[in-house]
Design a binder for this molecule. Structure first.
Ligand SMILES: Nc1ncnc2c1ncn2[C@@H]1O[C@H](COP(=O)(O)OP(=O)(O)OP(=O)(O)O)[C@@H](O)[C@H]1O
Length: 277
């Protein structure tokens, strides 16, 4: 698609698509981040975990330019997000999609119209027919039935709302996908399906995924690496075995507590079933 695509758009560059350096976020005298560093590699699904209120969502909002940090540098797809002016950032903003907690769908629009909204904004030159067809394709890609296109958000289950939000996040063929607690509120089967969908979309569309979650199963099933926020910083980033090796108390309790062990056991069983099939 042409339109307002970022002229610097290069899908095959090996540069990390997200680099955060020395991030500081303060609200009054309350400090959320104090010198936070993070690099997200191209093509990976990076899980971001941390206790409630540790600053996961504020980090995501800073990266996508919704939160002006107190200090620090954030580079997304080669653009300095913290310095870019709103007009110049229009192009780079079309290169990521975001699924907010709860889906954040427009309640007065159908699912199809929700997906069409960013297309209208960034590609006003598209014909109505083509825009509708692209939206329909994204709805199907997100695992919803065709009939969902004309439904309103109030007519959808929680899991369907997440998928509709995902379809909207995919509307502009993004390179980066931000997911804020995508499996929260889903039943275990729905959550597992969503995890698989995330991996499939990454594999087929070549996405890089920044995924905030409290869901240990998601970390095991979908994430390549996990970044841990604590003490106002990223205290560790790596595969789950690498994190556990750090010996950090919070990480130890998180992954080796009863829920962590249950998730690890379930992951091992599904791997064993896969290799013996
Ligand atoms: N706009 C704001 N003004 C003041 N404080 C804020 C603002 N946004 C976030 N905070 C505070 O910053 C801290 C981090 O919030 P954030 O939403 O990033 O946490 P989180 O790690 O995503 O938590 P959870 O896992 O519960 O969703 C919280 O204490 C929150 O109250």
């Amino acid at each position: 698609m042409a339109g307002k695509r970022d002229p610097g758009h290069e899908r095959h560059s090996d540069d990390p698509p997200i680099v955060v350096e020395g991030l500081v976020n303060r609200f009054g005298d309350f400090t959320v981040h104090d010198g936070l560093d993070l690099t997200v590699n191209r093509g990976e699904i990076l899980g971001v975990v941390g206790g409630s209120g540790s600053g996961k969502s504020v980090l995501m909002r800073s990266i996508i330019g919704l939160q002006q940090p107190t200090a620090g540098h954030i580079d997304v797809l080669g653009h300095a997000i913290t310095e870019v002016d709103p007009d110049a950032s229009v192009g780079v903003r079309s290169r990521w999609g975001v699924l907010f907690q709860g889906g954040a769908l427009f309640s007065t629009l159908t699912v199809g119209e929700n997906v069409e909204a960013p297309l209208k904004q960034f590609y006003p030159e598209l014909s109505d027919d083509l825009r509708r067809e692209i939206a329909r394709y994204k709805v199907l890609l997100s695992g919803l039935p065709e009939s969902a296109v004309t439904k309103y958000p109030s007519e959808l289950s929680g899991g369907m709302k997440k998928r509709a939000g995902l379809a909207r996040a995919l509307a502009l063929d993004p390179e980066l996908l931000f997911l804020d607690e995508p499996t929260a509120g889903l039943d275990p089967i729905g959550a597992a399906k969503f995890d698989r969908l995330t991996v499939d979309l990454r594999d087929t569309l070549g996405l890089t995924v920044f995924l905030i979650t409290h869901d240990l199963d998601t970390l095991y099933e979908a994430c390549d690496r996990v970044a841990v926020i604590a003490e106002k910083k990223i205290i560790a980033v790596g595969t789950i075995p690498e994190l556990v090796e750090t010996g950090h108390l919070w990480i130890e309790e998180y992954f080796n507590g009863p829920r962590g062990r249950a998730a690890q056991g379930a992951h091992q069983r599904s791997r064993d079933a896969g290799t013996s099939a």
